[in-house]
Design a protein around this ligand. Structure first.
Ligand SMILES: C[C@](O)(CO)[C@H](O)COP(=O)(O)OP(=O)(O)OC[C@H]1O[C@@H](n2ccc(N)nc2=O)[C@H](O)[C@@H]1O
Ligand SMILES: Nc1ncnc2c1ncn2[C@@H]1O[C@H](COP(=O)(O)OP(=O)(O)OP(=O)(O)O)[C@@H](O)[C@H]1O
Length: 282
């Protein structure tokens, strides 16, 4: 297999919801951050058919896999004679709030654009990306960015420090659609200060970054799963400087000075049934 791409997960350092649109989607303002944890996609040309082979964390290999959907979308430009064998190896937990599927879709768009020599620009790919999911345009861009609109209007921020990230994935998933649907916009409680978070990142000030972590979707997911509050407390007790739920959850993350400190916290944590991973902001 000639072409190999990493598809990185993300965490949300802030997540604010500004309103509900007539189509049911929500206007958001959030600071998104890529992390080292990644899946891998390999691409080889195959005339006339798209074949997807999945290994690692179990996920559908059928037509509802986002890699398949991305390939279908791009094939409109390549023609039916174009095809590919795509090998997807999954490490990112599924339905976790880490954009695993979205990052796979973004990597599929990038990989097949190259494999089929389509020459689509980043802007063209981004317009296709949002049709696959609100997080997919960010996953194409990567790094650190403010996302607005439904998540597709991106303002890149300077590269953030490589702070360590401890990820705790409880033994259940949540539906992003259900979480948004149950959000009470009239009673959001504390809201993120996006500008203050962007400035804290620019200064590389971990204690200020920690103090500005805020995600309004916690009000829904933690109410449904109060054990997430205990996970947050356990991460703080184990030495993380700040903790937050990522996206719609249920993964909770803690921040440390660097990846080695994250690995040390991950080794010390005892949270039965939870998956615990050490990673880094990239
Ligand atoms: C929670 C986040 O992951 C934070 O980055 C995103 O806002 C969600 O991104 P995503 O999972 O890629 O979202 P999609 O797959 O496009 O949408 C899943 C469902 O979430 C809801 N949704 C998503 C994004 C958004 N801005 N408003 C919404 O209301 C919609 O009900 C949608 O049917
Ligand atoms: N390649 C894929 N990897 C993971 N999940 C996929 C993939 N393709 C389709 N899915 C489906 O997408 C749903 C959401 O999975 P995903 O891991 O992307 O969730 P998530 O991390 O909560 O995403 P986000 O943070 O973007 O909301 C799952 O129900 C899963 O079956």
């Amino acid at each position: 297999m000639g072409l190999r791409l990493n598809a990185h997960g993300k965490i949300n350092l802030t997540l604010d919801v500004l309103g509900r649109r007539p189509d049911g989607y929500h206007q958001v303002e959030m600071i998104m951050q890529s992390i080292g944890l990644h899946d891998t996609l390999e691409f080889a040309y195959r005339p006339g058919e798209i074949v997807l082979d999945v290994s690692g964390v179990p996920v559908t290999a059928g037509e509802d896999n986002l890699v398949f959907k991305a390939a279908r979308l791009l094939r409109q430009y390549a023609g039916e004679q174009a095809g590919a064998l795509i090998r997807l190896h999954k490490e990112i937990p599924v339905a976790a709030g880490l954009a695993g599927g979205s990052s796979n879709a973004a990597a599929a768009l990038r990989g097949l654009n190259r494999l089929w020599q389509l020459g689509l620009t980043d802007e063209q790919l981004s317009r296709l990306a949002v049709r696959l999911g609100a997080d997919v345009p960010f996953c194409l861009l990567g790094g650190t960015a403010i996302a607005r609109g439904v998540g597709e209007l991106l303002t890149p921020l300077p590269p953030a420090p490589r702070f360590g990230v401890v990820l705790v994935k409880p033994p259940f998933g949540v539906s992003t659609a259900e979480v948004y649907r149950n959000l009470n916009l009239a009673a959001l409680g504390s809201r993120p200060d996006t500008a203050a978070m962007a400035e804290s990142l620019r200064q590389g000030d971990l204690s200020r970054v920690a103090a500005n972590l805020c995600n309004v979707l916690e009000s829904v997911t933690i109410k449904w799963h109060p054990q997430l509050q205990q996970v947050k407390e356990a991460l703080l007790a184990a030495g993380c400087l700040g903790v937050l739920m990522s996206g719609s959850g249920p993964t909770v993350f803690g921040l440390t000075e660097d990846e080695a400190a994250a690995a040390s916290v991950a080794r010390r944590l005892v949270l039965p049934d939870c998956q615990i991973l050490a990673s880094v902001m990239i």
